[in-house]
Design a protein around this ligand. Structure first.
Ligand code: SF4
Length: 296
């Protein structure tokens, strides 16, 4: 297998130092909506200036570069073991170049590994597919937003939330209300309905790879996404919790089959620094998307 370590370093650089075009556009639209002179407008101005500076200087958008989550789709005949090893080498090099902050801490000793490698760190999801090219998607998930992610088990008596989409709506709004701007609003929600507990979090995070302007192919979920976005923004929590019209930039929902006895709703909260990037290798040619521009 060809050595692609440098290409993976570039994928990480793009994810860490720039925002996808759709996220930046949503932040700019939010800035237009807020009243000039308010704390909300000031927070969005600071965020947008920060994004421009990071892009220009190729430095991380936020001091917390989060947990790198790699979703790898590979063609028949490619070794996921070798891919993992190359990506890990790229993570070490990206840390050395300060695109990533050393974030992997051993919970038993409190020691930081210093290079972003550790048990279960970074996170990988490998899947063989029928296409004849390689695709690697990367999401950098910040700790503040991870702290306000939540999982509910329906029925949920405190909110009288039953096992239906109305119950889902109630608990998702509850998660936004409880976050109160923590996790660096305006946020983006990835929501998973169903599944087991562990898969629910994995699937909820996968929703965060969807562009903000896509439309859910399931009409009921598309309607719920629109309604939740509108209602969350009516809570007036606002950017960084300062009040205002923009608490969320998007809501993305997926549904997996569930056990008869279980009905989980999992909310993966992503901060405004929704750093995702994609790399594809077709016929030996590497292309990128995310980090502002790209062609895949
Ligand atoms: S939640 Fe996001 S924006 Fe806030 S500090 Fe963490 S990575 Fe940075």
């Amino acid at each position: 297998m060809e050595d692609r370590v440098e290409s993976f370093v570039e994928l990480i650089r793009r994810a860490a130092t720039d925002l996808p075009a759709d996220v930046e556009m949503a932040l700019r639209a939010a800035r237009e909506r807020e009243e000039p002179g308010t704390a909300a407008a000031g927070a969005l101005d600071a965020i947008l200036q920060n994004v421009e500076l990071a892009r220009k200087r190729s430095t991380p958008i936020c001091q917390d570069t989060g947990v790198p989550l790699f979703y790898v789709h590979y063609p028949v005949g490619t070794s996921p073991r070798l891919l993992r090893s190359q990506i890990e080498r790229a993570v070490v090099e990206a840390t050395r170049r300060a695109y990533l902050r050393p974030n992997a801490v051993d919970p038993l000793t409190g020691r930081n590994s210093g290079n972003n490698l550790g048990r279960g760190f970074p996170v990988f999801h490998f899947e063989e597919w029928e296409e004849n090219f390689l695709r690697v998607d990367l999401l950098l998930k910040g700790g503040g937003s991870e702290n306000v992610s939540a999982q509910y088990k329906l029925p949920y008596a405190p909110l009288k939330a039953g096992r239906d989409l109305e119950g889902v709506r109630k608990v998702v709004l509850d998660a936004v209300y409880r976050a109160q701007g923590k996790g660096c609003a305006p946020g983006i929600l990835g929501v998973a309905i169903g599944a087991d507990r562990g898969t629910g979090y994995v699937y909820a995070k996968e929703q965060l790879f969807r562009p903000l302007d896509d439309t859910n192919p399931v009409p009921e979920l598309a309607a719920l996404e629109d309604r939740l976005l509108r209602e969350a923004n009516e809570l007036s929590i606002g950017p960084m919790g300062f009040g205002g019209k923009t608490t969320l930039l998007g809501v993305k929902i997926g549904a997996y089959h569930r056990l008869p006895a279980c009905y989980f709703v999992t909310v993966a909260y992503m901060c405004w620094a929704c750093r995702r990037a994609r790399m594809e290798v077709r016929d030996g040619v590497v292309r990128y998307n995310g980090g502002g521009d790209g062609d895949v």
